[in-house]
Design a protein around this ligand. Structure first.
Ligand code: UDP
Length: 330
C-alpha cells in the first residue's frame, strides 16, 4: 500500500510507520510536530519508502494533496494527553474536529481505505466490566474540560461513520485503551512514561488521588499490526473496534510495579486531583475493554504483559533520557 500516516512522528504513528516500511509499504508521514518529534522517525528518513511532511491537518489543501497520492490513510494526528486537552481546550478541539473532518473528506474523495484512531474515552464514565463497541456512552458535563476530548472523538467517529454510509468510504475506527510503549512521552499526562521517568530520576512517583482507579494497559507492539490487519480485512464498511490489553491494574499497583521493575527507591506521593489538573477535572475509576470483536475479525490476542510494557518503556527512557521536565502547572 501507499499510506498516509497523519501524526506519523508521534508515539503510535512512528511505530506504525516502522511497521509499514518494514513490511514493504511506502509511507508519507504528516505531522505538525506539536507533540510528535523528529527523533521518533529519524531512523527512517534515509529510507526511500518513507517521507515526512511537516504540516497541519488543519491545512485542507495540503491534506487533499497528500491523500491524493495514497490508497490508504491512517489518521492518528490529534491533540492528545489529558494535560494538553485541559491546558489548550480550544486548540485541541479545533484540531480534533476540523482537522479530522479535513482528513475524512479527502479520504472519501479519493476512495482511500481509511482508519481513524479513536479512544476508550468515548465510553465516558461507563465503567462496565469489559466495554463492548456498542455499549452506551455515559457523557460527562461539557463544562468539565476533561470531556472535550471524548466529545470531539465521539463526533469524529460519527463523521467517519456518516461518510462510510453515505459515500462508501471504507472505514475502520480503532478505540485505543491506554496504549503504551517506547517513545511515548509523559509530558502530556500519560501515566506509565511519567512513573518510569520519575522512578529513574529518583523523583517522587505522583499518584493522583487514592490510586484506586484502574486501567488496562496495552502494548503499541500488539496494536500496530492489528491496525494494519484491520485496514486490509474485508469487514463491514464502517466498524469500531476496541484495541488494548487484558491485564487490569490499579494506579497504586502500577506505581509499585514500576518501582520494582526499575529498582528505584523513589517515594510514592499522592497528589490531589485538583493540584494535578486544576478545576473541572473528573477521573475515570475503571476502564476495561472487551476485545472479542478484534479477536473475531483478525484473531487479535494481546501478547505483551504489563511487566514487559513497563520494562520496554524503561529501556527506552534509559537510552534516550527525556530532555524536558514533567512538571505541569494547572
Ligand atoms: N495518573 C497518575 N499520575 C500521573 C499521571 C496520571 O496517577 O502522573 C493517573 C490518572 O489520573 C489516571 C491514570 O493515571 O487515573 C491514567 O492516566 P492517563 O493520563 O495515562 O490515561 P487516562 O486517564 O486517559 O486513562
Amino acid at each position: 500500500m501507499k499510506a498516509l500516516v497523519t501524526g506519523g512522528a508521534g508515539f503510535i504513528g512512528s511505530h506504525l510507520c516502522d511497521y509499514l516500511v518494514t513490511h514493504g509499504h511506502s509511507v508519507v508521514a504528516l505531522d505538525d510536530l506539536s507533540t510528535g518529534h523528529v527523533s521518533n522517525i529519524a531512523h527512517l528518513t534515509d529510507d526511500p519508502a518513507f517521507s515526512m511532511v511537516q504540516g497541519s491537518i488543519l491545512d485542507a489543501d495540503l491534506v487533499r494533496e497528500l491523500v491524493a497520492e495514497c490508497d490508504s490513510v491512517f489518521h492518528l494526528a490529534a491533540a492528545v494527553g489529558v494535560h494538553t486537552i485541559v491546558d489548550q481546550p480550544l486548540r485541541s478541539l479545533r484540531t480534533n474536529l476540523h482537522g479530522t473532518e479535513n482528513v475524512i473528506e479527502a479520504a472519501a474523495a479519493q476512495r482511500a481505505r481509511f482508519l481513524i484512531a479513536s479512544t476508550s474515552e468515548v465510553y465516558g464514565k461507563n465503567d462496565s466490566d469489559g466495554l463492548t463497541e456498542n455499549d452506551d456512552r455515559i457523557l460527562g458535563s461539557p463544562l468539565k474540560s476533561r470531556w472535550s476530548y471524548a466529545a470531539a472523538k465521539g463526533l469524529d467517529e460519527l463523521v467517519a461513520h456518516i461518510y462510510a454510509t453515505e459515500s462508501g468510504l471504507p472505514c475502520v475506527i480503532t478505540r485505543f485503551f491506554n496504549i503504551v510503549g517506547p517513545r511515548q512521552t509523559g509530558r502530556y499526562g500519560m501515566v506509565i512514561p511519567r512513573f518510569v521517568q520519575q522512578a529513574l530520576s529518583g523523583e517522587p512517583i505522583t499518584v493522583y488521588g487514592e490510586g484506586t482507579q484502574r486501567r488496562c494497559f496495552g502494548s503499541v507492539f500488539d496494536v500496530v499490526p492489528a491496525m494494519v490487519q484491520l485496514l486490509t480485512a474485508p469487514t463491514a464498511t464502517s466498524t469500531a473496534v476496541n484495541l488494548g490489553g487484558r491485564e487490569e491494574v490499579s494506579i497504586k499497583g502500577l506505581a509499585d510495579r514500576v518501582l520494582e521493575l526499575t529498582g528505584s527507591s523513589s517515594e510514592i506521593r499522592h497528589i490531589p486531583y485538583q493540584e494535578a489538573y486544576g478545576d473541572g477535572y473528573e477521573d475515570m475509576q475503571r476502564r476495561m475493554p472487551d476485545l472479542s470483536l478484534a479477536s473475531e475479525l483478525i484473531g487479535y490476542a494481546p501478547r505483551r504483559a504489563l511487566d514487559d510494557i513497563i520494562t520496554s518503556v524503561a529501556a527506552h527512557a534509559r537510552s534516550a533520557p527525556a530532555t524536558a521536565p514533567l512538571e505541569h502547572t494547572p
